[in-house]
Design a protein. Structure first.
Lengths: 757, 269
């Protein structure tokens, strides 16, 4: 009796094994799901951590401080490590200080100076050269040589200093020189002086040169010396020499700047301009590279001027690159970094660090002292000031990415040498004074461009194919088509890229009119065939079993494509004949026509090729997913529609498509995501030129391709490295946004068309 | 081996003079692939009558009814012999557009299948696909169809809500209204009540009775009482063959064939 009861009870109990495996499965799913979420989140966090330092401002912390005897210092300079600054006295003595202790200075004096005192001076931190003018009109160019000394372990022990004479130039000045500047390349130099004599204030320029042999360089020889005062409109106040010793800028007391350029016949005045229409010029200083110049007005206005080639005249001319945030008063402090385009500028105790190209203010502070001189350490790791209370104060500067700023990444920027604001990506270049140009806009544009053309090609093909396969195609063919498409989806994109680059690109390039005709003819012929088929008497139509209507389309498409291919050259002759600028003859060449008549760029590896190939990568995805969505529309609804006398097309249009819309939509989004992130095809099938246009016949560089191309070369945790991660973050955000949007829209549509569960 | 039963013309009715609206003739047979489902059928369906198809599961009732409006065309690899005439013209005539055939012979399915659209759009669907755009015409057709389907009073306030929010019985009547909106001559119903509760079933039966005045109705049913209640004539199919096809009363009162008798008395099925 009892036994039966318990067995009865057991019948309704779930077996413990089932329960246990159920529970284990639930835990496993939960762990797996959260692990995936965590991983995605972790990747995001990693990327953000990599990107974050780009947008941090500069941090400045006091480092060393020591007093110097007040000896009327006129010049401040420093070694590479900002450890042994020197100050030059009015007499021409160089006092080298150790910042780490309060030891008395090490004093050196240029030999050529003798007993004389300099009347004017200039110091070039980048070359560690000082120029000193004597009363005699002679100018001494001295190398302040810092030689690091190493111990037996290769550790830097200290620095040995020496003053070496580079050149001694006779400027021919008759009065007392009170301002000078100079610049020199390997073979030539230019020295400019402003002197006050009985004849007034005069500007004089001396060029000098030397012969450079294979092993050694000769001594500097003076070439000629000229008085250019008469070419000026006022009395000169400031002079700068730069641009590889062939540019001279002179500011005069009327607020005009005259630009002289070295030509074969000597210096030539090429431009005069007023940086401040109603104000005089209080300061004028080079940025690193000695091309761009920052002007300060007595009111504290700051303006950056850069040279650019003027399109019209073919001449170099300075014009306003950027107005910078003003200072509270006339600039009293200016120092350019020698490493990058940062400069230190101040008025009284209010100082700031600015980035020249973007005008971004990296740091700003009101100092507890009044700086007399200041400079940025040559490694861009320190700031150094001599305060009015005769103390040398060094600061640690922590700003690893001065060139990174929101404006730089996303705004139009006018880089040095350009005549307008532009979006440029150019991460590396030759030359020491190369400035990386890190606008992400060309990459974003490239991504959108590639995606756009790929989707433009893929979406109509994939969706119509899916619709045909799901609703019209006979089941027997469908059973073959579907898996074939799925296999296509798994084709490695490197193969597609390879095909695109080595086969498709050259083929298309030489047959563009044919390809274009094909692109027009094929859809057109399909539509025409449909219309004709529709008009055909049912007796004729019934010859083909339903679902096999595609059969006559195959030869038709082939024929039409062949026709287009064959007609291509004729079309080229008819529409795309242009006169070749090289020979002057008229030739039928689409490529030339595109460039000559439309003024647009033509590249062999262009967006058309990418659109085709990336389209091929995307078509199978969109096709299979949306085909599934359409095939999953309940057959009962399709039958219901057909039973009401709707044709197959009407049924597809009114029932199948709306009901499959959520699925089609996610298919499109997944396809879009694939196209946005696709890398290999774009890397291989384009020239990877970062352009900002949507020209069908030019290339592009996408965010993904950019990462692939540049990351191997990017120094670890450098600005480029982090910027690439910023690109990755954008990519992440883009796909995330697309997917979220897709999911929301899909839910909306689904709710609208939801059928009974 | 049951022999084909020839059509017996209805005897004691003034409708007897009427010509059949649909004729299945020429020993109509039907195959799904190799599998023959219908064997040597010959029968006439009279206008403005309710014809019931009864028979055990799998005997080919649905297949037969789907042949009448060529819904079986959707199934791959089917073929047939014999012919079906609508008003004396073959429905297989190449000149006969399937679309217009299906407008003339409407269909209601076993499981109600309203489109995931509003009540209004469901009823207007047939007109819309035939190109009707005038709102007045559509409004009128929707209202009169819903009235004739005895649904108007229940849905007049929610014409524009989703048809999926209706109850099962209402959904099935909506499908009938949808079929009616096309003004068909014949309405085929494949076990229209099989998924409904008795109250909803009663309503549909009432509706069939009422619709008979305007339409010819062919209804497949599993339910003997239902066939007895709603139909004028009843055809008994067994293993794809027409065993007996006579006036309903006679089929139920004194069936000729022992198989019919066995079936209607519920001895198998
Ligand atoms: N689409 C189809 N394909 C192949 N065989 C079918 C199909 N539909 C029905 N059949 C077969 O035809 C026979 C009759 O089915 P059906 O007409 O649905 O019977 P009933 O409606 O009387 O239950 C059954 O044996 C069934 O298996
Ligand atoms: Mg059935």
């Amino acid at each position: 009796m009892d036994n039966r009861k318990s067995s009865q009870r057991r019948r309704f109990e779930v077996r413990p094994v089932t329960l246990r495996s159920d529970r284990i499965a639930a835990v496993a799913f939960r762990v797996g799901g959260s692990a995936i979420l965590l991983m995605v989140f972790g990747i995001l966090v990693f990327i953000v951590v990599q990107v974050f330092p780009l947008f941090q401002g500069a941090k400045v912390k006091p480092l060393h401080e020591r007093s110097v005897e007040s000896a009327g210092y006129v010049l401040l300079g420093v070694d590479e490590w900002t450890e042994f600054p020197f100050l030059m006295t009015r007499d021409g003595d160089f006092h080298f200080f150790n910042l780490n202790d309060a030891s008395p200075p090490h004093v050196l004096r240029p030999e050529a100076l003798g007993k004389a005192s300099p009347t004017a001076w200039a110091y070039h931190q980048d070359r560690e050269m000082a120029g000193l003018a004597l009363e005699t009109g002679e100018c001494l160019i001295q190398q302040v040589a810092y030689q690091p000394e190493f111990d037996e372990h290769g550790q830097r022990e200290g620095v040995r200093v020496a003053l070496e004479s580079v050149a001694s130039i006779n400027s021919g000045a008759e009065g007392v020189i009170h301002a000078l500047d100079f610049d020199q390349t390997e073979r030539q130099g230019l020295l400019a002086t402003i002197e006050s004599s009985t004849g007034g204030i005069r500007l004089r320029v001396t060029s000098y040169q030397r012969k450079v042999g294979l092993l050694s360089a000769g001594d500097w020889q003076q070439a000629d010396s000229r008085d250019l005062t008469l070419q000026l409109s006022g009395r000169p106040t400031h002079v700068l020499v730069g641009g590889h010793a062939d540019t001279m800028l002179v500011a005069d007391d009327s607020g005009v700047v005259d630009v002289f350029l070295r030509r074969t016949g000597g210096l030539e005045l090429i431009q005069s301009f007023r940086p401040f229409p109603d104000e005089k010029i209080a300061s004028m200083d080079w940025l690193a590279g000695r091309r761009s110049v920052v002007f300060g007005s007595p009111q504290g206005q700051l303006k950056l001027f850069s040279p650019a080639l003027e399109e019209a005249s073919g001449q170099v001319a300075y014009d306003l690159a950027r107005e910078l945030q003003s200072l509270p008063g006339s600039p009293t402090l200016f120092a350019a970094s020698v490493r990058n385009r940062v400069f230190l500028v101040g008025s009284g105790d209010s100082v700031s660090l600015r980035y020249g190209t973007t005008g971004a203010q990296l740091w700003r502070d009101t100092l507890p002292f009044e700086p007399r001189f200041g400079l940025i350490g040559s490694r861009y790791k320190n700031l150094l000031f001599l305060s009015e209370d005769n103390r040398l104060r060094s600061f640690a500067l922590d700003d690893p990415h001065p060139e990174a700023s929101f404006t730089g990444f996303f705004g139009k920027v006018r880089y040095e040498g350009q005549s307008e604001d532009r979006y440029i990506w150019q991460s590396t270049g030759g030359g020491d004074d190369f400035e990386p140009k890190l606008s992400l806009i060309p990459l974003i544009t490239g991504t959108l461009k590639g995606t756009l053309y790929a989707m433009l090609f893929a979406v109509p093909v994939a969706l119509t194919a899916a619709l045909y396969s799901a609703q019209f195609l006979t089941a027997r063919v469908r059973r073959v088509v579907k898996p074939a498409m799925e296999i296509m989806a798994s084709l490695p994109s490197v193969v597609l890229g390879f095909l695109a680059a080595l086969w498709l690109a050259p083929l298309i390039e030489s047959h563009i009119p044919s390809v274009l005709l094909g692109l027009v003819f094929i859809p057109l012929s399909a539509v025409m065939a449909g219309l004709v088929w529709h008009r055909l008497p049912p007796r004729l139509r019934d010859i083909l079993p339903q679902g096999c209507e595609f059969l006559p389309m195959i030869p038709l498409v082939v024929t039409v494509f062949a026709l287009g291919w064959w007609l291509g050259p004729f079309a080229e002759k008819l529409f795309f004949t242009v006169s070749d600028p090289a020979t002057g003859q008229s030739v039928a060449d689409f490529r030339l026509w595109w460039q000559e008549s439309l003024g647009m760029q033509f590249e062999q590896r262009n967006a058309l090729v990418v659109g085709f190939m990336m389209g091929f990568a995307v078509i199978p995805i969109i096709f299979t997913l949306s085909e599934d969505a359409m095939a999953n529309v309940p057959q009962s609804l399709v039958s219901g529609s057909l039973a009401l006398g709707a044709g197959r097309w009407e049924t597809a249009r009114r029932i199948v498509l709306p009901m499959a819309l959520p699925g089609i939509f996610s298919a499109l989004m997944i396809g879009l995501g694939r196209a946005v992130g696709e890398t290999m095809i774009v890397v291989m099938a384009t020239g990877n030129t970062p352009l900002t246009d949507f020209n069908l016949f030019s290339g592009m560089r996408t965010l993904a391709a950019n990462i692939a191309v540049e990351l191997p070369e990017a120094p670890f945790q450098g600005t480029l490295y982090r910027t690439l991660f910023l690109g990755a973050m954008l990519l992440f955000i883009m796909t995330f946004a697309v997917n979220t949007l897709a999911e929301i829209t899909r839910e909306r549509i689904r709710q609208r068309y939801q059928s009974t569960p | 081996m049951p022999t084909p039963v020839s059509v017996l013309a209805p005897q004691a009715s003034d409708k007897s003079e009427a010509r059949p609206i649909i004729e299945v003739k020429g020993d109509y047979s039907f195959w799904y692939g190799e599998n023959q489902v219908l064997f040597d059928l010959n029968m006439a369906i009279m206008p403005r009558q309710v014809t019931a198809l009864i028979g055990p599961s799998g005997c080919g009732k649905s297949t037969l009814i789907r042949c009448l409006n060529r819904m079986n065309d959707l199934v791959q690899e089917t073929h047939h012999s014999g012919d079906i005439l609508l008003h004396g013209k073959s429905i297989y005539d190449p000149a006969q557009e399937v679309i217009s055939l299906r407008r003339r012979i409407g269909m209601v399915f076993q499981k109600s299948n309203p489109f995931p659209k509003s009540v209004y759009e469901n009823v207007a669907y047939g007109l819309r696909v035939s190109g009707e755009k005038r709102k007045g015409v559509l409004d009128e057709a929707v209202e009169s169809s819903l009235r004739r389907a005895a649904l108007w009073d229940e849905v007049r306030d929610r014409l524009h809500t989703s048809a999926l929010s209706l109850s099962g019985g209402q959904q099935q009547r909506l499908c009938i209204a949808r079929a009616i909106a096309n003004e068909p001559e014949v309405i085929l119903m494949d076990e229209p009540c099989s998924a409904l509760d008795p109250v909803a079933t009663g309503k549909i039966e009432e509706l069939i009775h009422y619709l008979k005045r305007d339409y010819t109705i062919v209804v497949v049913t599993h339910n003997m009482q239902q066939a007895a209640r709603v139909s004028d004539r009843t055809a008994f199919l067994y293993l794809g063959r027409l065993v007996e096809y006579r006036e309903t009363e006679q089929i139920f009162m004194n069936p000729e064939d022992p198989k019919t008798e066995a079936y209607v008395s519920g001895r198998f099925g």
